[in-house]
Design a protein around this ligand. Structure first.
Ligand code: AMP
Ligand code: ZN
Length: 479
């Protein structure tokens, strides 16, 4: 195993990862704000966190991972009030949709799923601790954190605090760096909006105190890793640090990891630009959960991911390629021995794979290690150079690969059914047809006509007719 190094936003450096207690990791990830369906940008971050989670476990670390559902925030309170329903009633549909989306994308459940609405007393107690230590002041029924009392304020996001007026406040949960101010820990009730009756008065928690209280309750006052998308570094995580460290005088987290944002065709995703997608939008277009997971995982989290339909198409083909290789391996039709030493080649692939992931989760390097090996092993299989004795190490490699990427098992149909797509509704999408045709062309090139016929038959059964033209190109249409 290679030394694990992670990029820590707090230090600005990529550092060796050493947990506080040897062999154990306490990790907190900020979950979704359940006021709507999650989009592919959110899942870029959740898939990164899943890769991190799976890799820590693959390294033999005992992981305790807590993830929250933000079910109290400005948008939820406002939307629930407008719909004249309770918060829980309003958010339940989106919480369930989120769990289903996680399942479809093979995002593992953390050890603790927690909801803000179940932890109001913990938040109140934390605010009381801050009150006792003089970090707060009241104004018009709300309670604010006085950032001037916390000289380290800004250490995570490196914001420049010169020019900030003492006592200037911000009430919104989300705001830009230019609006850095004293922020609300507890908000006074507004007419028609939900509130709780507590020891510190009527009202509701601000978004930031929720994560501070829940993270420390489940994981202790100092966590090993705290993660989220880059937009959370300021103000959310900066404020979590101020509140938690103000109360405990201990570091809240030792490593802060942030995923860079996902763009769509080079642009910020937004409803007004018409480039905004939920997972379900893409399934409806015929793309598979495995391809989406692969596309989201393939770009290292520290780099911006430019989501494109070409990229999703390529991801579909990559998943097909690795599945075909797994199928070929399962057929076990190999000569005796290890004619070309492919078992050593598989061991090297495993080492390169680990080296990639250990280097700040460089999934691009890990995937290159996998596909170089698959290509060479396929060539060896074509020419009888892959033997019985090579199988175990190739299988071991695939197993390690899938512990992280989780795309080898072909269960997309089942997953789509779980999401409520009727069979055939998501049909066979253009992406999958193209991938199958590419695979058939490759089979023909290596003169594997049995396989190429099999693919033609499978496509025919799914309503796709293919025509080979004389120049070697292939056309297809739906029956
Ligand atoms: P939210 O539901 O807004 O609280 O966000 C849930 C997670 O998605 C957070 O970790 C955000 O940082 C992350 N996120 C939001 N938009 C994007 C995006 N375009 N790319 C990557 N991560 C995002
Ligand atoms: Zn959070």
């Amino acid at each position: 195993m290679h030394e694990l190094r992670l990029h820590n936003t707090l230090s600005g450096k990529t550092e060796p990862f050493v947990p506080l207690r040897a062999g154990e990791v306490k990790m907190y990830t900020c979950g979704p704000t359940v006021y709507d369906y999650a989009h592919i940008g959110n899942f870029r971050t959740f898939v990164f966190q899943d890769i991190l989670r799976r890799y820590l476990k693959q390294r033999g670390l005992k992981l305790t991972h807590a993830m929250n559902l933000t079910d109290v925030d400005d948008r939820i309170i406002a939307n629930a009030a407008a719909a004249e329903v309770g918060i829980r009633e309003y958010t339940e549909k989106f919480a369930q949709a989120f769990f289903a989306d996680c399942q479809a994308l093979s995002v593992e459940a953390p050890e603790h799923w927690i909801r803000a609405t179940d932890h109001i007393p913990d938040m109140v107690r934390l605010i009381e601790r801050l009150q006792k230590k003089n970090f707060t002041y009241d104004s018009e029924g709300s309670i604010y954190f006085r950032i001037a009392r916390f000289p380290e304020y800004g250490k995570l996001s490196k914001i420049d605090l010169t020019g900030i007026q003492a006592g200037a406040r911000v009430d919104n949960d989300r705001y830009e760096k230019e609006s850095a101010r004293d922020f609300a820990l507890w908000k006074a009730p507004k007419a028609g909006e939900h509130f709780w009756e507590t020891e510190i008065g009527k009202g509701r928690p601000g978004w930031h105190i929720e994560c501070s209280a829940m993270a420390m309750k489940y994981l202790g006052e100092t966590l090993d890793i705290h993660t989220g998308g880059i937009d959370l570094a300021f103000p959310h995580h900066e404020n979590e640090i101020a509140q938690s460290e103000g109360a405990t005088s201990k570091p809240l987290a030792r490593y802060w990891l942030h995923a860079q944002h996902l763009l769509v065709e080079g642009e910020k995703m937004s409803k007004s630009l018409g480039n905004f997608f939920t997972m379900r939008d893409l399934y409806r277009k015929g793309y598979k959960p495995s391809a989406l997971r692969y596309a989201l995982a393939s770009v290292p989290y520290g780099r911006q991911l430019n989501f494109t339909f070409d990229g999703l198409q390529q991801a579909t083909s990559s998943v097909e390629r690795i599945r075909n290789f797994a199928d070929r391996l399962k057929q076990r039709k190999f000569a005796a021995g290890s004619p070309q030493g492919m078992k050593e080649r598989a061991a090297k692939a495993l080492d390169d794979f680990d080296a990639g992931l250990a280097d700040d989760l460089n999934t691009a390097v890990a995937l290159a290690a996998a596909f170089d090996f698959v290509r060479e092993a396929n060539i060896a299989m074509d020419s009888g150079g892959f033997g019985q004795d090579d199988m175990a190490s190739a299988e071991q490699f695939l197993e390690a690969f899938d512990e992280i990427f989780a795309v080898v098992k072909d269960n997309d149909g089942e997953k789509l059914k779980q999401l409520g797509f009727a069979p055939g509704e998501s049909g066979i999408g253009d992406a999958e047809v193209e991938a199958k045709i590419g695979e058939r062309q490759a089979a023909r090139q290596r003169r594997d006509f049995a396989r190429s016929d099999e693919i033609r038959k499978e496509l025919a059964e799914r309503g796709i007719m293919i025509e080979d033209s004389k120049d070697g190109s292939v056309r297809w249409k739906r029956k």
